[in-house]
Design a protein around this ligand. Structure first.
Ligand code: ATP
Length: 369
């Protein structure tokens, strides 16, 4: 477990955070500009000291003001990747990758460079690399130093669309392969949806919410604070087949229900997560015909909750084959249909609204529901 219980005052601003993060997986730090993300990252890295508090990783204390313990940045064994790659210009890519390794381990270099797609760059010098390639090398170097924790501070910022997408794909695959906690700071909801397991929402130096990404995204009281996220659900589904003529992919949920969406680049048989935005889900009491909506899922209502900041809109929580789905409908419709927990309804979802989060990889076996 990664324990963070720190306070730091900077002028008018106070960061006050008390968090327990998982030992594995990606925790996204999200919050508006000035909410304290960088301040927190600098405390974890050991670039600044808290005024009060303790930071411990798997019981190893990095900092504790009560006992005056402070492990300096170079002895924390953290992998840190900033917005800019900061490679050593006089070392080759291989030299950069091996820089922080205690003993050179060709098998580890081969594994990480394979995962990051930089095998062909190993003899090149940093000034010959593109921005995206240099970031991949920086991430590889951070990982090969056998860190206890990986800190990624907006590692994709400033890359153009194609390079960003490419690096996101490598990153999404990589973070599933490593066995240390990863803290990922980003302003971009699509990046976080692709790589994060958990989300910490910061505001004015305080933790407003912390939990599994899917659960935090579903909390109606956070809707206005989550900016670009929208309320959504992530459904795990298996690619059943592709219909080339109609340019659609058919997916099946674990209970056998089917979804159709524009063709996905995934092999039949593979599992993946699909983002379903609550505002793209409508509800009917009975199966409907004569509609353009291609997807109908039978679901049970588990809760109906008007939004705190918009009472004319109700969030309906649904259970579809033991997966949570959400629908945002008008409170007037909710009342007119008499919707209530326990009712079985039809959730209608437009095919074109369904999306696989950018670069989200196929699910690993242990993630399949
Ligand atoms: N040295 C300092 N002295 C006084 N205030 C500071 C100092 N450094 C940062 N702050 C303030 O602390 C607050 C948190 O800043 P921080 O950089 O952690 O935010 P952030 O969430 O990373 O923002 P961004 O998304 O814009 O990078 C801001 O109000 C900032 O002005």
């Amino acid at each position: 477990m990664f324990e963070l219980d720190v306070t730091r005052v900077q002028g008018e601003f106070t960061l006050e955070v008390d968090l327990r993060l998982a030992s594995r997986g990606v925790t996204a730090l999200f919050g508006p500009s000035g909410s304290g993300k960088t301040t927190l990252l600098r405390l974890i890295a050991g670039l600044d000291r808290p005024d009060r508090g303790r930071i411990a990783l798997e019981g190893y204390v990095l900092c504790d003001t009560a006992t005056c313990r402070f492990v300096p940045v170079h002895r924390r064994r953290l992998g840190i990747v900033f917005q800019e790659a900061r490679l050593f210009p006089h070392y080759s890519v291989r030299g950069n990758l091996c820089y922080g390794m205690r003993d050179e381990d060709p098998a580890a270099v081969a594994r990480i460079s394979g995962l990051l797609g930089i095998d062909h760059l190993l003899t090149r010098m940093p000034n010959t690399l593109s921005g995206g390639e240099a970031r991949r090398v920086a991430i590889g170097r951070a990982l090969l130093s056998s860190p206890r924790l990986l800190l990624l501070d907006e590692p994709l910022t400033g890359l153009d669309g194609a390079r960003k997408q490419e690096l996101l794909e490598y990153l999404a695959a990589l973070v599933r392969d490593i066995d240390i906690p990863v803290i990922f700071v980003s302003h971009d909801p699509q990046e976080l949806l692709a790589v994060a397991d958990d989300l910490v929402l910061l505001e004015k130096g305080q933790v407003l919410a912390h939990g599994a990404l899917n659960e935090v995204l579903a909390r109606p009281e956070l809707m206005s604070r989550l900016g670009g996220f929208d309320i959504s659900a992530m459904l795990a589904a298996r690619c059943h087949r592709h219909d080339v003529r109609r340019q659609l992919s058919e997916l099946r949920l674990s209970d056998g229900q089917m979804l159709e969406l524009p063709t996905l680049d995934i092999e039949p048989g593979q599992w993946l997560k699909i983002q379903v935005r609550a505002r793209d889900v409508a509800i009917a009491l009975e199966p409907v015909s004569g509609t353009s909506i291609r997807n109908t899922l039978k679901a049970t209502i588990t809760a109906c909750q008007p939004l705190d900041d918009m009472a004319s809109v109700t969030l309906v929580m649904l259970d579809a084959g033991q997966q949570t789905l959400r629908a945002l409908i008008s409170t007037a419709s909710c009342e007119a249909l008499g919707l209530a927990p326990g009712m079985t309804v039809q959730a209608l979802i437009r095919a074109v609204s369904l999306a696989r989060p950018a670069a989200a990889p196929a699910l690993a076996d242990q993630e399949v529901p």
